[in-house]
Design a protein around this ligand. Structure first.
Ligand SMILES: Cc1ncc(C[n+]2csc(CCOP(=O)(O)OP(=O)(O)O)c2C)c(N)n1
Length: 465
């Protein structure tokens, strides 16, 4: 049928707000055909309002431009993990993971494989074009022996690079999958077969019968460095030799395994971190902190003390570290949420309070602080940019205080004292100090000195505010 599938949006709106009727794919690329087959089937089955589509990273990264259904974008290689979460949280809905051969076969292989092994209730459409398309044609797990790519200019050498990964054959060793088929979109005859397999896999989802996997051989003229006709022919002649088409398994009439589902709370019952733009509008329903600095400055421990203090007195807390290069001297940060509500997400994009111990992280996170929020940074940091003017900013001599007490490494403790003095934590002081002492349980000798630093920091704030 030469018309746009019902399951697509009327216009494809891009991030800059512009609307177009064209896709972003190259001429002759298989992704567009596969999209059409999926969109048609979802619409024909009346599933648009009951479907969540998980976009991968790869050329399919913008699937959400096109499919008029629920859309979620996954990090590279994690579409099957995200689909697992969605299908468990939304029993009865149809979940689609769409993944390329780099995405699924390389970085994401384990989670895709484990999801198949658990028989999760979603369909995985695996687009095998034998190459990393989006990034410029590097060798993929499915690159053919002898195939020249940007990273195998002399051709894939199986002695160095291993053999092409036959994902259908591997998954076919597992007990749980209900449906496994390899198809192609390289010519009309093949497209019609692909259409059937795609519809079958979606029907299995509609019936809630379990995991389905459809591998689709797909031409990539740009990186195969061929015209569209030759790329399609190569997909037939060369790829099918290694990846024979056919159905590997159809157990669609068997009852599905019944994994536990995850109860989903309405959004308004959750603190979705950083949902509010305005710190002043928030009471202690939720307070969000970002601590950042170099690895080794104790930024993660400082966040932990707050999280433990909150936990000890029955708050809901989350502590979410983010490491830079895993070595002393690399940047590190952690997000802490303290709240009476349930925490919807541990990430903090717009903190109420930012504590910064080095220049790069102050520069990075200062613009993210909520209007009416607070920034405390070590006074030794040279500030060579404009700090936001809708927040309160304190340059606090944390390193200097810690050094004056003979423990330069305890600048983080001085910052804790500053937070207490400014009453920014929102927890009773004794709970915070108990958590601080507990953090030194293995080095109790350090406790008195750290308490002294807290007191000195508080006194400095009193004297200098
Ligand atoms: C964590 C991470 N590592 C690497 C990349 C770079 N990257 C983006 S897409 C891609 C591979 C895409 O290839 P494939 O999954 O085969 O999809 P195609 O583009 O061919 O459709 C890679 C390595 C990334 N975005 N994120």
């Amino acid at each position: 049928m030469i018309k746009k599938a019902e399951g697509f949006y009327e216009y494809f709106e891009r991030k800059d707000g512009s609307k177009t009727k064209a896709t972003h794919y190259c001429a002759g690329c298989g992704h567009g055909i596969i999209h059409k087959l999926i969109a048609e089937a979802v619409a024909d089955f009346g599933l648009q309002d009951d479907t969540v589509f998980v976009s991968p990273v790869g050329c399919g990264a913008f699937c959400y431009y096109y499919f008029d259904c629920g859309n979620v974008a996954a990090p590279h290689g994690r579409a099957s993990a995200v689909a697992t979460g969605l299908s468990r949280a939304l029993p009865g809905k149809v979940v689609i993971a769409y993944q390329g051969d780099g995405d699924l076969g390389a970085i994401g292989f384990n989670n895709a494989f484990q999801a198949a092994n658990r028989g999760e209730k979603f369909v995985c459409f695996f687009v095998n074009n034998a190459i990393y398309g989006m990034t410029g044609g590097q060798m993929a797990p499915t690159t053919l022996p002898g195939q020249k790519t940007a990273t195998s200019p002399a051709g894939r050498d199986v002695a160095n690079d291993g053999f092409p990964l036959k994902v259908c054959e591997v998954l076919n060793q597992l007990e749980a999958p209900r449906f496994i088929e390899r198809v192609s979109v390289a010519d009309t005859k093949r497209i019609l077969k692909a259409k059937k397999a795609i519809r079958k896999a979606l029907e299995i989802q509609k019936e809630g019968r379990g995991y389905a996997f459809v591998e689709i051989l797909s031409p990539c003229p740009t990186n195969m460095k061929m015209n569209a006709v030759d790329a399609a022919q190569w997909t037939i002649d060369a790829m099918e030799e290694t990846f024979p088409l056919g159905n590997f398994r159809d157990r669609s009439d068997e009852e599905a395994l019944q994994p536990n589902t995850i109860p989903v709370k309405p959004l308004e019952e959750l603190v979705v971190a950083s949902s509010s733009e305005d710190a002043a509008a928030d009471d202690f329903a939720g307070k969000e902190f970002k601590f950042c600095g170099f690895g080794g400055q104790g930024i993660l421990s400082l966040g932990l003390v707050l999280a433990h203090a909150g936990n000890d007195i029955g708050k809901n807390v989350s502590w979410f570290p983010s490491y830079g290069p895993e070595q002393r001297g690399g940047t590190a940060s952690c997000s802490v949420v303290l709240t009476d509500k349930e925490i919807g997400s541990p990430t903090v994009d717009k903190p109420d309070v930012l504590v910064a111990m080095n220049q790069p992280s102050l520069e990075k996170f200062a613009p993210t602080v909520k209007a009416g929020g607070v920034i405390i940074y070590d006074a030794q940091i040279p500030v060579e940019f404009d700090l936001p003017n809708n927040v309160s900013v304190y340059a606090f001599p944390a390193a200097e205080i810690a050094t004056s007490k003979g423990v330069p490494k305890a600048a983080n403790t001085a910052l804790l004292g500053a937070l207490i003095a400014l009453d920014l934590i929102g927890l009773p002081e004794d709970a915070v100090l108990t958590a601080l002492k507990d953090s030194f349980a293995k080095k109790p000798k350090l406790i008195p000195k750290n308490m002294e630093i807290v007191e000195t920091a508080k006194a400095w704030m009193r004297d200098n505010l």
